[in-house]
Design a protein around this ligand. Structure first.
Ligand code: AMP
Ligand code: GLY
Length: 423
């Protein structure tokens, strides 16, 4: 089979690394990809929000399946575009259609979905510019910290957690009246603050059956001790030690099953990954958010633990036969440590030469923001390389990943040295 992966980050390099291990893969393409995917597949330099360009690539390269990494093309309806096109409609797309992708594309839609299907989540109310006054009044009735969420996609920046009620009111006004997050903050969800430890649950579903993939925990803040600005993710660990059998069953029964059943009841078709952001409040799991894709860098620890042929899993998904798949999971611990450009998540420079990649032995270097140019591998984004290692314990895996992090160099390199600190 010829497969096209859409995206260009560490998640997509990991998909490519995993798919290329399948004996059934003939040609693998990644659009637009990075230096890591270029080494194992064919990069196609196309704009992934231009579906006509994706169509042309699919037809000219004889592609049999499309795997969508990031949320934006899903929320913009790439899967629907395929289904509505006579020449594309039989080509399976791994990733949900537009309506289902609204679970990530609109926080209000997701909250209404959870309430309708009794899925535990923070209490909330949604406001628009017309109801700004009510929103301020709602804030006055709540206690700190105040959680304000832009309804739409805001590149991971749309959530504000504030201690002061007056500041919360000002921010609400900036979001609703001054488009602080553009169109994304035309509606704002204000919700109850949940205190607890976060984890990520990954589900793959064909709309009828589902499988729960290994749990992971990611480290979102730039600074050690989880301080400082939010990033796309600075590292991840899988499995999550505090998810025991009892807690796992609660997640499955109270959250995963009602989510899959809720989609069916609402008549929303779903073929792809569901990434459920969870928080453990006391002994109870609660949903913070849905994403309609895999996490990054969680993919870099989750997929390496899955022993199955990923192409076979995707084929079963496309054929609504996921029940025939028996997932085999590596019981060891996987960790990943993200090397980032100096200055990230604020301004940073690109184009720094990355050295030492060819000497990586015991870990796997998944490329995120990298570019191959004139025989050199250069930095090309904030998050640059994700180093994944296995161990019988988390400490063992971390020591391999950190040794490797020391061997790779580029100007401005930064990484967190405390991945897993809270486990
Ligand atoms: P989100 O973009 O929805 O993932 O939110 C970003 C981050 O804000 C989450 O990873 C949490 O750390 C935090 N967060 C979101 N909602 C809540 C909440 N209701 N209570 C506490 N923290 C939250
Ligand atoms: N690592 C969090 C995310 O992918 O959204």
């Amino acid at each position: 089979m010829n497969v096209l992966i859409i995206g260009s980050g560490g998640r997509e390099h990991t998909f490519a690394w995993k798919l290329i291990q399948s004996s059934k893969i003939n040609k693998l393409f990644v659009a637009p990809g990075n230096a890591g995917t270029e080494a194992i597949a064919v990069n196609l330099n196309i704009d992934i929000s231009d579906f006509q360009a994706v169509k042309n690539a699919v037809l000219s390269h004889g592609i049999h399946m499309v795997v969508v990494g990031p949320e934006a093309p899903l929320v913009e309806g790439i899967h629907d575009f395929f289904l509505e096109d006579e020449t594309l409609k039989t080509i399976p797309v791994i990733g949900p259609q537009k309506e289902a992708a609204t679970l990530e594309g609109s926080k209000e839609f997701a909250k209404e979905f959870m309430n309708r299907h009794n899925i535990p989540t923070a209490k909330y109310q949604a406001f628009t510019s017309e109801t700004l006054g009510e929103g301020k009044h709602f804030l006055e009735k709540m206690t700190a910290p105040y959680v304000l969420k832009a309804d739409g996609l805001a590149a991971g920046k749309g959530v504000l957690i504030l201690q002061d009620v007056e500041e919360a009111k000002r921010e609400l006004e900036a979001m609703l009246l001054n488009s602080k997050f553009g169109n994304a903050s035309k509606t704002v969800v204000i919700e109850e603050f949940l205190e607890g430890i976060e984890l990520s649950c990954f589900v793959i579903t064909d709309g009828k059956h589902y499988k729960i993939l290994p749990y992971a925990k990611d480290y979102k803040r730039i600074g050690e001790g989880d301080k400082g600005l939010n990033t796309g993710g600075m590292g991840a660990v899988s499995p999550v030690p505090f998810v025991d059998e009892v807690f796992h069953r609660k997640i499955e029964e109270q959250i995963v099953q009602p989510t899959i059943e809720g989609l069916k009841k609402d008549g929303i078709s779903y073929k792809g990954f569901i990434f459920i952001g969870l928080i453990k409040v006391g002994d109870q799991p609660k949903v913070i958010e849905y994403n309609v894709r895999m996490g990054d860098p969680e993919t870099e620890v989750v997929l390496p633990r899955v022993k199955n042929d990923l192409l076979e899993v995707f084929k079963a998904l496309a054929n609504t036969e996921l029940d025939t798949v028996d997932l085999k999971i590596d019981q060891r611990t996987a960790v990943t440590v993200m090397l980032v450009s100096g200055g990230y998540p604020e301004g940073y420079e690109k184009g720094m030469e990355i050295r030492g990649l060819e000497d990586v032995r015991n870990a796997t270097a998944f490329h995120a923001g990298t570019l191959r140019k004139n025989g050199k591998t250069l930095t090309n984004g904030g998050r640059v390389i994700s180093l994944t290692a296995f161990g019988n314990t988390m400490q063992e895996a971390l020591s391999i990943a950190y040794d490797t992090a020391g061997q790779i160099s580029f100007e401005g390199k930064y990484f967190r040295k405390d991945i897993g600190f809270d486990l």
